[in-house]
Design a protein around this ligand. Structure first.
Ligand SMILES: O=c1nc2n(C[C@H](O)[C@H](O)[C@H](O)CO)c3cc(O)ccc3cc-2c(=O)[nH]1
Ligand SMILES: C[C@H]1O[C@@H](n2cnc3c(N)ncnc32)[C@H](O)[C@@H]1O
Ligand code: SF4
Length: 337
C-alpha cells in the first residue's frame, strides 16, 4: 500500500501586505494598517533556527502578492535594503539553506524573471490555481485571474520547478468549474511533468467577514460529501504520479484516504498555520497512530516529493542539502540517534 506523506515545516509569513483582495482571506492587511507585517531578517532567522532544532526540513515562505505595488510597503522594503520582495525572499532563502532547511515559496503570482531568480534556491514552489471560474470573491484581485495563474504554473513547468498547486473549494465555483480547474492542471502536468501535488483545500470562514456577507459573495464551506466527490473526481483526472493533498488541520483526513488522498502537506511542530490560524495542527504522532490502526504508513518527506528528489529536480543551490536530508528512496532520512 502507498504510504501517506507529510513534511515537517516552519511557516514564515514574510509579509501580509498584498495587492489582491480575496474575499475569503483573513491574512491580508493594507500596508498602512497597524497589523501589517514585514518580517525582519532576525525574526525569520529565529523561526528557521527553531525549525532546524525541531527537525523540520521545510521553510514555507508564504506572503501577499506583489505588495511593492503599494508605495508605503515599497518604502519599508527600501529601508531594509531591498528594491523587490523577490530580492528579499531570495536573501532569506540563502540563509535558510545555510542553516539546513529547504525553502518552499508560495507568495502568489510571480513574473517569469522572479520565478527564475527564486527557482535555484527552492526545493519546490507553489501557487494555488484556486479556480478557473470568474467569481465575485475574486473581485479586485488581478493575481487571481485564471489566465495569470495558469501562466505562472506553465512558467514553473518551463523552469522545471517541482510544483504544488490546487483548488480552493467553496468559494463560489460550481462542480463543473472544479472539473475544469483539475483538467487544466492535468493538461499542464502532461506537458511539463512538474506537478508534484494538488491540494484540495476546503474554504474555511474567517472572522473578518460576516456569514451574511460571505453568503452573498458565494462563499460556502464544502460539505464532507462534496470534498469526497472532489477527491474522487480529481483522482480520476490526475495521473497517479500526482499526489492529492488535504490539510489535516482543516478536515479530518482518515476516511478521505480511500477516496484518493495520499498527502497531508506541511505540518508544523513550531509555527501556526498563519492562513488558517483558528485551525491547530494535529500532533504528528497521533496522526501516525490513527493511520497505522487503519493500516497506513505515515512517511515523512521533504517539501519536494520523493519522485522529484530521485529525478534530481530540486533547485540547483538546494541539491547538496536535499542529498543530505533524503534517503535512497527520496523520503526524509531517519536521523541517526
Ligand atoms: O499551512 C499551510 N500550508 C500551505 N501550504 C504548504 C503545504 O502544506 C506544504 O508546505 C507543501 O505540501 C510542501 O511540502 C501551501 C503550499 C503551496 O505550495 C500552496 C498553497 C499552500 C497552502 C497552505 C495553507 O493554507 N496552509
Ligand atoms: C495559500 C492559499 O491559502 C488558501 N486560502 C486563503 N484563504 C483561505 C481560507 N479562508 N480557507 C482556506 N484556504 C484559504 C488559498 O488557496 C491560497 O492560495
Ligand atoms: S489569499 Fe493570498 S492573494 Fe488573496 S488576499 Fe490573501 S494573501 Fe492576498
Amino acid at each position: 500500500m502507498m504510504p501517506i506523506t507529510f513534511s515537517k515545516n516552519v511557516f514564515i509569513p514574510v509579509t501580509n501586505v498584498c495587492r489582491n483582495h480575496c474575499a475569503y482571506c483573513g491574512f491580508r492587511r493594507n500596508a498602512s494598517d497597524p497589523e501589517s507585517v514585514l518580517m525582519s531578517e532576525d525574526e525569520v532567522v529565529s523561526i528557521l533556527r527553531s525549525g532546524v532544532s525541531a527537525g523540520c526540513t521545510e521553510a514555507l515562505f508564504t506572503f501577499g502578492e506583489y505588495p511593492e505595488e503599494d508605495p508605503v510597503f515599497l518604502e519599508l522594503l527600501n529601508e531594509i535594503g531591498f528594491s523587490s520582495l523577490t530580492g528579499y525572499v531570495a536573501h532569506l532563502s540563502d540563509i535558510a539553506i545555510r542553516l539546513g532547511i529547504l525553502p518552499h515559496t508560495n507568495g502568489g503570482v510571480l513574473s517569469f524573471d522572479d520565478l527564475k531568480q527564486l527557482a535555484p534556491k527552492n526545493a519546490s514552489m507553489g501557487l494555488m490555481l484556486e479556480t478557473t471560474a470568474d467569481i465575485p470573491a475574486h473581485k479586485n484581485c488581478p493575481g487571481k485571474e485564471p489566465r495569470v495563474r495558469l501562466e505562472m504554473i506553465e512558467n514553473a513547468g518551463i523552469l522545471r520547478i517541482p510544483f504544488t498547486t490546487g483548488i480552493l473549494i467553496g468559494i463560489g465555483e460550481s462542480r463543473d468549474d472544479r472539473v475544469d480547474s483539475i483538467q487544466k492542471i492535468a493538461a499542464l502536468h502532461e506537458k511539463y511533468g512538474h506537478i508534484q501535488e494538488v491540494i484540495l483545500q476546503n474554504y474555511s470562514p474567517k472572522p473578518n467577514l460576516s456569514a451574511e456577507a460571505a453568503k452573498s459573495l458565494g462563499l460556502c464551506p464544502p460539505t464532507r460529501d462534496e470534498m469526497m466527490e472532489t477527491i474522487v473526481m480529481s483522482r480520476e483526472i490526475l495521473p497517479p504520479d500526482v499526489a492529492i493533498q488535504v490539510a489535516p488541520n482543516l478536515i479530518a483526513p482518515l476516511d478521505l484516504i480511500r477516496y484518493g488522498v495520499s498527502d497531508l502537506g506541511g505540518i508544523s511542530p513550531v509555527t501556526i498555520d498563519y492562513i488558517n490560524p483558528e485551525a491547530a495542527w494535529p500532533k504528528i504522532d497521533e496522526l501516525r497512530t490513527t493511520l497505522a490502526s487503519s493500516g497506513y504508513e505515515f512517511n515523512e518527506r521533504l517539501p519536494i516529493h520523493p519522485d522529484f528528489v530521485l529525478k534530481g529536480w530540486s533547485g540547483t543551490e538546494t541539491k547538496e542539502l536535499v542529498a543530505e536530508l533524503a534517503d535512497e528512496n527520496g523520503y526524509r532520512k531517519t536521523k541517526a540517534i
